[in-house]
Design a protein around this ligand. Structure first.
Ligand SMILES: Nc1ncnc2c1ncn2[C@@H]1O[C@H](COP(=O)(O)OP(=O)(O)OP(=O)(O)O)[C@@H](O)[C@H]1O
Ligand SMILES: [Mg+2]
Length: 323
């Protein structure tokens, strides 16, 4: 078992990569750096004399908050997901996989290069038609991919996510003060945290999230997993993937487009553009819950909005959940 981080010695990583057969005979590491902003895992950009690659390692905890445990097998889920996609029509939208070491929980993949994740849409407050259409093409391609019959149930990651989506945001006392994010946000959140009918609906959708479905899902289909470079778009970070219901990915996507743009017609646009029939009411509920949990939960976004703007978004999301 090898542990890597951005201060890893090139010589150690060189020996390790050679021993795994990942390097060509004359390949030499020239630099190691953090690949980008992430919380959960160690993600490095390793440059050699021949190319640049991404090396990602999971740990039994959240890398940035090491007191929070997290299932270490998540990197194997990511690996199986990418492998499943590699035979599908949308394989050019995910990085190529160069190597996987299940013993050290290390995945080696193609460096997509100088990309930005699409969190910029929260500032731009808009998304191009081209990007929107590509996001639908990719997610329908993922959903249309036949996963191997032994695709991991990823239940521990789902349980972690379930806490953060369906449980903790709706607890009146979760040890997290929203006023630290924005003064007044705690008070704004209280009617939702105390709404029994709303919470009953959220609980029921949460149970559905934990049950098994039939469709390969990305599991975290939001701007942090969308990488764009000019007109190109790539999808990364499928560590929350599982076999579930398509409205989960689509609802999460809708939520982030609505938060970015304030335009709830993205629900209908998704329904119209996605090539298969979907349960629009279920999609709406997922989207509503995702909007609400991103505003009053722990996993906050780089979304600078006034309390007045958040008030409107929260009302909209409640209507979506109860519709
Ligand atoms: N294949 C890649 N090519 C280029 N850059 C990448 C690649 N994979 C990851 N990155 C960069 O590294 C960052 C972190 O990667 P990733 O999202 O996979 O890590 P993570 O630890 O799972 O993050 P999070 O905590 O958000 O779940 C990305 O936002 C991106 O900037
Ligand atoms: Mg991740």
């Amino acid at each position: 078992m090898i542990y890597i981080n951005e201060d890893s010695l090139a010589i150690v990583l060189q020996d390790y990569s050679e021993s795994k057969g990942w390097f060509k005979s004359d390949e030499q590491i020239t630099s190691i750096a953090k690949a980008g902003e992430g919380n959960m895992n160690v993600v490095l950009r390793v440059t050699t004399n021949l190319r640049s690659i991404i090396v990602k390692q999971s740990r039994p905890f959240v890398q940035k908050y090491q007191n929070i445990p997290a299932p270490i097998e998540r990197i194997a889920v990511e690996h199986t997901f990418y492998k499943s996609i590699q035979n599908s029509s949308i394989n050019h939208y995910t990085p190529n996989i160069f190597g996987f070491d299940p013993e050290s929980f290390i995945l080696v993949m193609e460096d997509l290069g100088d990309c930005d994740d699409m969190s910029f849409i929260y500032q731009d407050r808009t998304i191009s038609d081209q990007h929107f259409n590509k996001l639908i093409t990719i997610i329908s391609g993922i959903h249309g991919t036949l996963p191997p019959s032994d695709f991991p149930d990823n239940i521990k990651m789902r349980e972690l996510n379930h806490q953060h989506i369906f449980i903790l945001p709706f607890l009146t006392d979760n040890g997290f003060s929203l006023d630290d994010i924005q003064p007044g946000l705690q008070q704004l959140s209280m009617p939702y945290k105390e709404d029994v009918i709303l919470k009953r609906q959220v609980t029921s959708i949460g149970e559905k999230y934990l049950s098994n479905g039939q469709t390969l899902l990305h599991g975290d289909y939001y701007p942090g997993s969308w990488m764009s470079k000019n007109d190109s778009l790539y999808i990364i970070d499928p560590e929350f993937g599982f076999i579930g219901f398509p409205e989960f990915d689509l609802g999460v996507m809708a939520a982030h487009l609505i938060m970015a743009t304030d335009d709830s017609s993205f629900i209908e646009r998704i329904e119209k553009t996605y090539p298969k029939p979907i349960d629009i009411e279920l999609l709406k509920k997922i989207a509503g819950i995702e909007i609400m949990r991103r505003l009053i939960g722990l996993a906050q976004l780089p979304l600078n909005r006034t309390l007045a703007e958040k008030t409107l978004l929260l009302q909209m999301s409640k209507n979506m959940i109860l519709s």
